[in-house]
Ligand binder design. Sequence first.
Ligand code: ADP
Ligand code: MG
Length: 245
Amino acid sequence: MNAVPAIQVEQLHKYYGQNEVLKGIDFRVDAGQVVCVIGPSGSGKSTLLRCVNRLEEPTSGRILVEGIDICDPETDLNAVRSRIGMVFQQFNLFPHMSVLRNLCIAQQRVKGRGKDEAVEIARRNLAKVGLSEKEDAYPAHLSGGQQQRVAIARALSMDPDMMLFDEPTSALDPELVGDVLATMKELASEGMTMMVVTHEMGFAREVGDKLVFMDGGVIVEEGDPREVLGNPHHERTQSFLSKVL
Ligand code: ADP
Ligand code: MG
């Protein structure tokens, strides 16, 4: 395993005004690991994820992405961000563009790829998420689950070293969740480094290498997913799990 962690967070604090929402987070994701983050609404999961690629500005602490301090003013933030794929609850596809165009536009504008290369890479990633036949479709004509798989393919087309998922299945009808989780599981099995905020405990148990439980801006408990889910040590973890399992 690579000695440099994919993501290392040290004593991260984040305030919104007077409100301290991250209260000294220490956290690490190794290359090739799948780390799942669970916790009640408002516990700071999204804020943590968004700090990792500095969509949010940390108030204090250190965040290293592949050993590079992303808060160092010398750091080329765009270069670091280009290594990190993000998938959100809302898929944020461009509604007026075909699926294929959605997958090509950032490749061409950000990566500077020519059209033919971008199309080839887009098609490869559409095949990976099982949506080759949808390349000419518009997002409105796809199910939510298909749109989310397109969003995953779009992120993959940028060749990220790691993928961050923020509740990728929370906006989906229940019958569409499975296909998206299957796509993510496949990605994990190929060795992608992943940080996944989720309420899908089955996914966390089956696919996660580590499970982190957050509450009130701190990591209350973390460890092997089977251990944390099956034998939680802290009362707060027990209480949360008793409500969601
Ligand atoms: P989670 O993802 O676990 O539900 P969040 O990270 O979204 O939690 O939110 C943590 C806390 O930070 C919440 O109390 C939320 O209201 C607050 N918060 C999140 N984003 C902002 C923001 N942009 N401005 C002010 N407060 C925010
Ligand atoms: Mg959230």
